[in-house]
Design a binder for this molecule. Structure first.
Ligand code: APR
Ligand code: PHB
Length: 397
């Protein structure tokens, strides 16, 4: 016999989307449980991107999650675009009238929200198995799972939020889903290194050997990426080869990448993916469960946050005021922002990467576009506006 319990919102997945949703709901007095199939340590260590739009930073501050972010986050007022051996600065602040972004790793956000939820006594069940959701078109959907000790649980909910990422169980339960997908013929090899960044802001570099990105985590830790083949075996990339390739792809006279001990190395596939509607009955999808963008535009985390902001407001209206209008509009509201970010991420990716066997016509188009965004204030403003957050997030209590 399963242990039965009752909550208002059953949340599948303790990534940024599920955790922040649980936190936002609690501010409205709405109860939730979060069920996660990985361990807490795994969730807190998983390396992902780390760039927040100003709207996401302001959101985290306004909901009491800004303390460490303010102390350790690094505010950047622009980026560098490098191509044909030259580096160009795009100054977002002057282009957009003051917009900026913040570097703060997703791992740190996940740690901050988990700590806040657990301190508030919220239930987060890590290391669950056999997670399933059912009765989605009734007004009491059920979230079931086995806890770490193997005990079966059934949670009766008002609503279920599928925040279980790209490989989760929730998206396949939405009937009649439309799926739009593009798989890119390359991947990113990412490293974390104990090395002071040799740049004050991120460098996006297009090189004839492939794209490279210079990012950072702190004044002592660099995060760097190299475009590699889609199924690149990591053992082909000993540390010396990684550094040599980075020095080449970022090379400009009198400057070099700061090298140090590599503490993490992994390969990430590149895909664009959008699935809709993001709702079926009482099941709502949020974050990577519904959409994936390639990391070039740094939009994945920001989109996950905007989904749960929209969802928290919709659930507040539905569960506290019995008004389902916002819930009915949820999928369309989210997908509008998702498609803008999908276009921007695809555009940045296409402009900066070298496809296998790329024809010279494509290369000339990329270079023409790069020259345009680094010389025309109108084109630069369009990039800056999208990168720093077109339609800043708004969260009202
Ligand atoms: N049951 C319970 N939990 C699950 C299940 C399942 N069957 N399947 C997956 N999960 C968990 C994963 O282990 C993960 O912790 O759901 C969580 C989903 O988290 P993320 O993949 O981080 O997705 P999301 O919260 O939407 O955050 C999006 O992550 O991939 C990045 O770039 C993306 O920054 C963006 C962010
Ligand atoms: C990162 O810091 O990991 C990062 C930053 C910007 C991107 C992608 C990744 O576009």
């Amino acid at each position: 016999m399963a242990v039965t319990s009752r909550t208002q919102v059953g949340i599948v997945g303790a990534g940024p989307a599920g955790l922040l949703l649980s936190h936002l709901l609690s501010l409205h007095g709405i109860e939730s449980v979060v069920i996660e199939n990985r361990s807490r340590a795994y969730c807190e260590a998983r390396q992902r991107a780390g760039l927040l739009e100003a709207g996401a930073v302001e959101l985290l501050r306004s909901v009491g999650l800004g303390k460490r972010l303010d102390a350790e986050g690094m505010e950047h007022g622009g980026i560098y675009l490098q191509f044909e051996g030259e580096r160009h600065h795009l100054d977002f602040r002057s282009l957009t009238g003051g917009r900026w972004v913040t570097i703060y790793a997703q791992t740190e956000i996940v740690k901050d929200v988990i700590a806040a939820r657990l301190a508030a006594g919220a239930p987060i069940e890590f290391s669950a198995s056999d997670v399933a959701v059912s009765q989605l078109t009734s007004d009491r959907p059920v979230l079931s799972y086995l806890d770490e000790a193997g005990t079966a649980h059934e949670v009766s909910c008002d609503v279920i939020a599928g925040c279980d990422g790209f490989h989760g169980i929730c998206r396949p339960l939405v009937p009649g889903l439309s799926v739009y997908e593009r798989i890119y013929p390359y991947a990113w090899l990412g490293i974390l290194a104990d090395a002071a960044p040799a740049t004050d802001e991120l460098i996006y570099s297009r090189h004839s050997d492939g794209f490279a990105l210079y990012s950072m985590r702190s004044p002592e830790v660099s995060r760097l990426y190299l475009q590699v083949g889609p199924d690149e075996p990591l053992d082909q990339w000993p540390d010396e080869r990684v550094w040599a390739e980075l020095q080449k792809r970022f090379g400009i006279d009198g400057w070099s990448v700061g090298e140090g001990t590599i503490t993490d190395k992994s390969v990430t596939a590149m895909r664009s993916f959008v699935a809709g509607p993001m709702r079926h009955g009482r099941l709502f999808l949020a974050g990577d469960a519904a959409h994936i963008v390639p990391p070039t535009g740094a939009k994945g985390l920001n989109l996950a946050f905007s989904d749960v902001v929209v969802l928290a407001s919709a659930l507040r209206a539905a569960l506290l005021a019995r008004s389902w209008e916002l819930a009915d509009a949820y999928s369309d509201t989210c997908l509008e922002r998702v498609w803008r970010a999908t276009h921007f991420s695809w555009w940045m990716t296409s402009m900066l990467h070298i496809a296998p066997g790329q024809d010279p016509f494509e290369s000339q188009l990329q270079l023409a576009q790069l020259r345009y965004v680094t010389s025309s204030p109108a084109a630069a403003l369009s990039l800056a506006e999208n990168y720093s957050g077109y339609k800043p997030l708004r969260y009202e209590f």
